[in-house]
Design a protein around this ligand. Structure first.
Ligand SMILES: N[C@@H](CCC(=O)N[C@@H](CS)C(=O)NCC(=O)O)C(=O)O
Length: 207
């Protein structure tokens, strides 16, 4: 299997780190959706990172769907989700918040970096900024309320929350001041020291 995409994409990074935790072998190809658009298009005409090229050549996309497939098809019964429905509900909420935070970060960055200044629409940016802050406020509350669950590194909730936080801080730190999110700061620092996070650092030219 080939995982296509740059590790500065939180979606690509969460898949790479999750595969490492699950012990699923894969080749990583650092292809950018911007600087190597044509190369990416040759692999997946939809140009979405991550893309997963399966052993038979079929191409999957969307990080959550890729991870769902991997656990079902390649996980050997291993999972990064709790088997307890009550705990699973909290984990899914946390991952949903983290993915919304990634999406809102990407929207602000694309608005700022891809549109000419004259075409930027401030009410839209304000709306997205509010959504971004709401997502991180919810996530901070989740981590504070469930410290023992987030103490586990081998958890999709811990992985995606930490990946999201690092991603937003690398691009929009002034918008989401770290001092207001102590539990996320602690989780991120701890997760970034784990072997799986160190193996897949968030390197790249920018999403
Ligand atoms: N929901 C998707 C989001 C993936 C996504 O938007 N990736 C960005 C890179 S961070 C991308 O492909 N951007 C190029 C584009 O959308 O044209 C997932 O979880 O994989």
């Amino acid at each position: 299997m080939r995982l296509i995409g740059m590790l500065d994409s939180p979606y690509v990074r969460r898949v790479a780190i999750s595969l490492a935790h699950l012990g699923v072998p894969f080749e990583h190809e650092s292809v950018s959706v911007f600087s190597t658009f044509e190369k990416f298009r040759g692999i997946n005409p939809v140009v979405k990172a991550p893309s997963l090229v399966c052993d038979d050549g079929e191409v999957l996309m969307d990080s959550s769907l890729i991870l769902q497939f991997i656990e079902a098809a390649k996980g050997n019964g291993n999972s990064l989700w709790s088997p307890n429905p009550g705990v699973l509900q909290h984990e899914i909420r946390a991952v949903g918040l983290a993915l919304a935070a990634c999406e809102k970060t990407v929207q602000i960055v694309y608005e700022r970096n891809l549109r000419p200044a004259s075409a930027q629409y401030e009410p839209w940016v304000e709306r997205v900024r509010g959504q971004l802050l709401a997502a991180y406020a919810g996530l901070e509350r989740e981590v504070q309320a469930r410290r023992s669950a987030f103490a586990q590194a081998r958890s999709q909730a811990s992985i995606t929350t930490a990946v999201a936080w690092q991603f937003t801080q690398s691009l929009l730190a002034p918008v989401v001041p770290a001092k207001d999110y102590p539990a996320l700061v602690e989780l991120s620092a701890r997760m970034e020291r784990t072997p799986e996070f160190l193996k897949y650092p968030p390197d790249g030219p920018g999403v």
